[in-house]
Design a binder for this molecule. Structure first.
Ligand code: ATP
Ligand code: MN
Length: 494
């Protein structure tokens, strides 16, 4: 007999037919040696399958003693209509095999109701809990909906590099990738920093020969990256956008969807060092088109997940965030508010609200400001546009006012920013000037500039953080609980 998944048994199983089901025991209830009830879960759906084990089965007494929470079992049985509430059918076991025990004195998930902090230390086992099983299924449904959204609209899925030599944001948040000997580079750093260590015996080494330079001028060892693996300083990508633009300006609408890395040392509930980002890029789009796509995108993917994971979302609503389903429905059913950054600043300044960080034109909005707009003022997602150019990236198209750029951020309740996007600067000369204004060397971006030199077109795009979207959809407070194995400062154990 072939194994049947529990989701299929609960959905389609006909009383009177036989099945082979396998999974992990969530709970066991024994009733006076005659019967035992097992709640079996195999991850295929939120619900457990109730299995009734008859005391007359061979080896019943020995087996049932060893079957504790967390044990894995294989069961042949008959599907019967369930007399109990909450499930249509259950299984009456005709054969029971213990696949693996889970010692009840040491199994970390023996008891229910562990804190999320505790479960983060058990990232290899937490998928076996209700919350993290549900998260895995919702994440899967979300990724499917994302691909479906773009594929339905004729976008090409392109893979942009993970290792790159261009820091898209120019914000110095890149993890470095190198095959150089760190121990050696480190000693170079100390030699220069302290000025007291002996000179490296390898006098020809340019990293150590600069030891006489004034301290202030050489905070970093002058490492010769031409000898490094890529012949240049390289790092893990902070965004696939620049490479995505190359394809958008050739094959039309594209999207990248992959891991993204930022070494920002921010211990917040909204930042990971490794996260997944979806980045569409569209030629011939201006900012309005970009916003329309972003709004359609967010509303569509949420609606699809609501349709496909009703049980999981009901659980998050019941156990994590009581306003969840209501707030998701509100997002799906209503148009997003659109206003300029400048108008938002005025609203915030006139709100009478006391913020930890004061609101001032020209400063980036903090999460508390974004949440005030979406939760208190508008009670809906908001798209802010035309941010001050001084706080936005070099590639965003400059407005005629000389003060703002064609940026747009999508802000949502409970989280703040989930999308950052813009119309891109397609004018060669303006882009070169903007790079200089941002302290970047245009020579480092020669290939990006060539996209403007040869057949430039207006274009736009945005980036959506997958895990922030999962925070929105599940109501989970901490982004570390929205990715299977979180990478954050000081932690990459699993
Ligand atoms: P924030 O200001 O909130 O740190 P950002 O402006 O640096 O975000 P962008 O560069 O605009 O972020 O990236 C696009 C999207 O990627 C963001 O809207 C967010 O959803 C997501 N994102 C950015 N940084 C992180 C991170 N460290 N962890 C998880 N998601 C992130
Ligand atoms: Mn942003």
């Amino acid at each position: 007999m072939a194994r049947t998944k529990i989701a299929a048994v609960l959905r389609d199983g006909q009383p009177g037919t036989t099945v082979d089901v396998r999974g992990w025991v969530r709970t066991k209830r024994e009733s006076k040696g005659d019967f035992a009830f097992l709640e079996l879960n195999d991850g295929s759906c939120f619900a457990n399958l109730q299995v009734v084990v008859d005391g007359k089965l061979p080896d019943y007494a020995t087996l049932i003693k060893q079957i504790t929470t967390g044990a894995s079992v294989a069961i042949d049985g008959e599907i019967v209509a369930s007399p109990g509430k909450g499930q249509r059918v259950e299984v009456r076991a005709t054969a029971l095999r213990l696949l693996g025990t889970a010692d009840s004195t040491t199994y970390p998930l023996q008891k229910k109701g562990h804190s999320f902090e505790f479960l983060r230390e058990k990232a290899h086992l937490r998928p076996r809990t209700n919350t993290f099983g549900a998260m895995a299924r919702v994440r899967n449904a979300l990724c499917y909906a994302i691909h479906e959204f773009f594929q339905d609209r004729g976008f090409l899925y392109v893979h942009t590099p993970i290792i790159t030599t261009s820091d898209c944001e120019g914000a110095g948040q890149q993890f470095q990738v190198t095959t150089l000997d760190i121990a050696k580079a480190g000693s170079g750093l100390r030699a220069k920093g302290s000025g007291t260590e002996k000179k490296n015996p390898d006098a020809a080494d340019p990293a150590s020969s600069s030891v006489t330079q004034p301290l202030a001028l050489s905070p970093q060892p002058s490492i010769d990256y031409s000898t490094d693996f890529f012949g240049k300083k390289a790092g893990l990508t902070v965004s696939g956008q620049l490479e995505g633009e190359a394809f958008a300006c050739a094959v039309g609408d594209v999207y990248t969807f992959g891991p993204t890395f930022r070494a920002e040392n921010s211990n917040t509930t909204r930042h990971l060092a490794e996260f997944w980002m979806v980045e569409p890029e569209m030629p011939f789009y201006e900012l309005e088109d970009d916003m329309a796509l972003a709004e359609d995108f967010v509303r569509t993917i949420i609606r699809k997940v609501m349709e496909r994971c009703p049980d999981d979302l009901q659980f998050f609503n019941d156990r994590i965030e009581p306003t969840l389903l209501e707030s998701l429905k509100n997002i799906v059913d209503h148009d997003f508010i659109r206003l300029t950054y400048t108008a938002a600043v005025e609203i915030l300044q006139q709100s009478g609200q006391k913020f930890e960080y004061p609101v001032e034109w020209g400063h980036d909005l903090q999460s508390e400001h974004e949440r005030y707009l979406t939760e208190t003022h508008f009670k809906q997602p908001v798209i802010l546009t035309d941010y001050p150019r001084a706080i936005k990236s070099f590639y965003m198209r400059c407005n005629e006012d000389g003060k703002t750029v064609r940026a747009m951020d999508v802000l949502v309740p409970r989280i703040g920013e989930i999308i950052g996007g813009s119309q891109r600067e397609e004018r060669y000369d303006v882009l070169v000037e903007r790079m200089k204004e941002c302290g970047l060397n245009p020579d480092d971006y020669w290939w990006y500039l060539e996209l403007r030199k040869y057949g430039t077109v207006p274009h736009a795009g945005f980036g959506l953080g997958l895990e922030r979207t999962l925070q929105l959809i599940t109501g989970m407070v901490n982004i570390r609980d929205c990715i299977p194995f979180p990478r954050v400062p000081g932690s990459a154990e699993f």
